[in-house]
Design a protein around this ligand. Structure first.
Ligand SMILES: Cc1cc2nc3c(=O)[nH]c(=O)nc-3n(C[C@H](O)[C@H](O)[C@H](O)COP(=O)(O)OP(=O)(O)OC[C@H]3O[C@@H](n4cnc5c(N)ncnc54)[C@H](O)[C@@H]3O)c2cc1C
Length: 315
């Protein structure tokens, strides 16, 4: 089959890899400018040098045997490494969190800057609609985007899936990225659940990150929701104060900072693993179908591909 996959985060890519192994022709579309999705890496200029921050997922864990095997392969290829500050079983991408996504995206050839506005069935095939999307027809379509963005794409074709997606609400997350000119006087490399700070970590000590003192600070879901519409400058000041009081220390001078608002950071849990309609040849995968974790996104994508392969057989 020719299969269009909308969304090239961990779920869309894991689904695509498996389908391609089964001999199907996959074409991936992503509205982002580069690889990452919610595992993206943000570049910033600090004193004339480009530095990177993990501004979405901070680390991931691997518990399922199939995902563990994949993580071992990434480790052998040098694109992930263990990071004990995140926990005994925590992994991070190297040199940035998006490394495994980048690797798969390069292999599969994702069409970036391609936002799909809607999908339609024409003469038995799927057609994608959006600015600058070349006209083409696909045998199957897969929606691999966060629940809130999946809902409108699914609504005309499987309204009950759209309702499921709408009812699976994500938590927002305000994230502050900070480069300091000196070391922050705090021994530990990670701070968890301290007042409105859900998580803060010394990003610069993750494996392969290079020199400098950089932190990523994430507000907890309640604080993020309360301050969702506040402007980024004010949020930066507030989170900085909260961080200083959480560690009980004065902070060194800031060399660069940026705040990012994730409207849909950590997904809800629909409890469906994946969705596939064999008659329509329409499917959906993503973390929101299982749990708000990188591993869940991978497993959802793979489960969908396995169902398609089992039913349609290898190409
Ligand atoms: C701040 C934050 C912290 C997190 N911390 C952790 C953590 O510590 N551990 C952990 O395991 N997980 C964490 N997560 C969750 C983890 O990042 C996600 O579970 C996982 O990356 C989701 O993968 P996905 O493929 O389902 O979705 P995404 O990564 O969101 O991929 C979906 C893709 O679809 C694209 N897209 C959306 N709409 C369209 C459209 N209309 N047309 C084309 N493309 C579209 C997007 O650009 C995106 O690239 C965190 C997430 C965030 C944001």
């Amino acid at each position: 089959m020719t299969i269009a996959i909308i969304g090239a985060g961990m779920a869309g890519l894991s689904c695509a890899m498996r389908l391609r192994e089964g001999g199907h022709a996959v074409t991936l579309f992503d509205k982002g400018r580069g690889p990452g999705g919610r595992m993206s890496t943000r570049r910033m200029e600090v004193d004339g040098e480009t530095v990177r921050f993990d501004h979405g997922a901070q680390y991931f864990t691997a518990r399922d045997p199939g995902f563990k095997e994949q993580v071992r392969a990434w480790h052998a290829a040098g694109i992930v490494a263990p990071w004990k500050a995140g926990g005994e079983d925590a992994w991070v991408g190297t040199p940035g969190m998006n490394a495994p996504i980048r690797g798969m995206a390069e292999e599969l050839g994702v069409r970036f800057s391609s936002r799909i506005e809607s999908i339609a069935i024409d003469d038995g095939g799927w057609r994608l609609e959006g600015d600058d999307i070349e006209p083409a027809s696909y045998d199957a379509a897969i929606i691999a985007v966060p629940a809130e963005q999946a809902a409108p794409l699914l609504a005309p074709h499987r309204p009950e899936w759209s309702e499921l997606a709408e009812g699976t609400v994500s938590d927002p997350c305000w994230t502050l990225m900070l480069a300091f000119d000196q070391r922050v006087a705090h021994e530990a490399d990670a701070v968890r659940e301290a007042g409105p700070i859900g998580w803060a970590a010394r990003d610069s000590v993750k494996p392969g990150r290079g020199e400098g003192e950089r932190w990523v600070i994430q507000a907890d879901p309640h604080w993020s929701a309360d301050y969702l519409e506040v402007n980024a400058d004010d949020v930066s000041k507030l989170l900085l104060q909260e961080f200083a009081s959480a560690i009980g220390k004065d902070l060194p001078a800031i060399a660069a900072s940026s705040a990012h608002r994730w409207r849909f950071a950590k997904s809800g849990r629909a409890g469906a693993e994946k969705l596939w309609d064999a008659d329509l040849r329409l499917g959906a995968c993503g973390d929101w179908l299982i749990a708000p974790r990188v591993e869940a996104a991978f497993m959802s994508g793979r489960a969908l591909a396995d169902e398609i392969l089992a039913e349609a057989g290898p190409a």
